[in-house]
Design a binder for this molecule. Structure first.
Ligand SMILES: Cc1cc2nc3c(=O)[nH]c(=O)nc-3n(C[C@H](O)[C@H](O)[C@H](O)COP(=O)(O)OP(=O)(O)OC[C@H]3O[C@@H](n4cnc5c(N)ncnc54)[C@H](O)[C@@H]3O)c2cc1C
Length: 459
């Protein structure tokens, strides 16, 4: 049986960031990843001669300086700083996204702006209420903004009515949640929301260079290796893999979905695994269209909050970078949140490609007439915070915490809607809580974990 200090489950940014830092600190680390490549949701792959991502991915300007330094040191000039250039379709009109004041004044009907302003003014004099998503938005930004943008968007992204979602979902998802913050964001032209970082070779270069750094420090990354079972002892853990290996470790650090972790851990008498029924993930279809022209539009992404269009966003990876992309073709990636029980989930590539093409044409864009279509299905795309989700999440986290040689973190591991820079911050904070003897300081880890509750997702 192999022995090591740490087994890290999952080679997405969180698992790789932790593996890098723990090996740098001198510990023996083995990473187990079920896919044949590193990256998780933040990975890239090749389609129609181009590197493409799992939906629109950008490294946001809010990335903390130490993480940016680490990535810059590995990526050098490959990490480009880019101005954002997106568009959102609201009430059959296109608006620059993120919008500036001129674009708002030019693109939205004056009657709508007056009603939105009045309803926001009412919100500012009423107390904030947050029992559900709808209430949080209405008492923060006003009902008109909610109904025009946030409510349809919530229904599409999470598949739940806005008053059936927890207020926490809004708090973690809407960074400009008062008229003042919204006005500041709209007017500050140089603010972080207007630029982003992106590697010329695709977003997946970020996890790839983290994996290279971890391996250089001695980490052993085992791809195509699924975790099949985990047994906790008093001072060590045994992890069984799908290939029949058994690895004994001082600690297991998990970034796989909390629900999968609960299924993999051997039950101990007197400490049953809590139910996971309230832990719900939204799935997503990613439909890639290879378009036979140099560029489809000059925009990096188009956003579609309205219900009559199935996708929430369509991105054009070529416009995120100055990269080694072919001059005569481009790729579009449409994101369609759904549930595996929806009929949409099992449609053929051809049907989905045709649906996306037709929807773009209905919005006044040229029909892309794709020469090739590919579809990827993400089962764990977004955590859904339905009202009452805490009743399942809290006992599950407490159950994990009772295993003193288990740390669960990352987007899937903490059931958080977080960005890549957040999950990297989690990984580095966890590694920083490890003493020279390899033990985790549970008090500092708990303090770090509380700070993650303040993460607000960037779009
Ligand atoms: C559509 C979309 C758009 C996004 N856009 C952005 C963006 O613009 N900017 C941004 O910063 N973030 C964005 N994100 C979020 C970003 O993808 C995540 O924050 C990041 O990938 C999370 O990293 P992670 O390591 O926590 O989890 P993951 O990337 O999910 O990694 C978990 C890993 O665990 C592996 N695994 C699961 N089960 C097992 C098992 N049993 N055995 C072994 N391995 C297993 C998985 O294969 C995976 O590799 C977006 C996410 C989505 C879905």
């Amino acid at each position: 049986m192999t022995r090591t200090d740490f087994v890290v489950l999952g080679a997405g940014p969180a698992g790789l960031g932790a593996a890098y830092r723990l090996s740098y600190l001198g510990f023996r680390v083995i990473v187990l990843e079920r896919q044949a490549v590193v990256g998780g949701l933040a990975g890239s792959f090749e389609f129609a001669g181009q590197r493409v991502d799992y939906g629109s991915h950008r490294l946001h300007a809010a990335t903390p300086a130490p993480i940016l330094r680490l990535l810059r040191a590995r990526l050098g000039d490959e990490l480009q700083q880019r101005g954002r250039r997106g568009r959102i379709r609201i009430r059959d009109r296109w608006l620059a996204f993120p919008p500036g004041p001129a674009a708002i004044a030019r693109s939205l009907p004056p009657g709508f702006l007056v009603r939105a302003g009045l309803s926001a003014a009412v919100a500012t004099v009423r107390p904030r209420r947050d029992r559900n998503f709808a209430e949080y938005v209405t008492t923060g930004l006003g009902r008109v903004m909610g109904e025009a943008f946030y409510f349809p968007y919530a229904r599409k992204i999470w598949g739940v009515e806005p008053d059936g979602l927890s207020g926490e979902q809004a708090r973690r998802r809407i960074s400009a949640d008062t008229p003042w913050k919204l006005a500041r964001r709209v007017s500050a032209r140089k603010q972080g929301g207007r630029f982003f970082y992106y590697p010329a070779g695709g977003f997946g270069r970020i996890p790839e260079v983290l994996a290279e750094a971890a391996v250089e420090e001695g980490a052993d990354i085992r791809l195509s290796t699924e975790v099949a079972g985990i047994r906790f002892g008093d001072s060590s853990v045994t992890v069984a893999t799908s290939g029949g290996d058994r690895i004994k470790a001082g600690q297991v650090w998990s970034t796989i979905p909390l629900t999968s972790l609960a299924e993999l851990v051997e039950t101990v008498a007197g400490d049953p695994t809590p139910g996971v029924a309230g832990i719900e993930y939204r799935a997503m279809l990613l439909v890639y269209l290879a378009v036979p022209s140099g560029r489809y539009t000059p925009f990096d992404a188009h956003y579609f909050p309205d219900r009559d269009i199935a996708m929430t966003r369509v991105s054009e990876p070529k416009n995120y970078r100055d990269g080694p992309d072919p001059p005569d073709r481009t790729v579009l990636c449409a994101e369609i949140p759904c549930s595996p029980s929806d009929d949409m989930w099992s449609r053929t590539d051809h049907e989905l490609g045709a649906m996306v093409g037709d929807a773009l044409a209905r919005c006044g864009l040229e029909h892309p007439r794709p020469v090739e279509v590919a579809v990827r299905r993400l089962r764990f795309a977004y955590p859904v915070y339905r009202i009452g989700y805490e009743e399942s999440l809290t006992p599950l986290i407490a159950w994990a915490d009772r295993r003193r040689n288990l740390v669960t973190f990352g987007r899937q591991g903490l059931f958080a809607h977080d960005n890549t820079h957040h999950t990297l911050a989690m990984a580095l904070a966890a590694a920083d809580a490890v003493g020279r003897d390899g033990r985790l300081d549970h008090v500092s880890w708990e303090a770090a974990r509380r700070s993650f509750d303040r993460h607000v997702v960037e779009d």
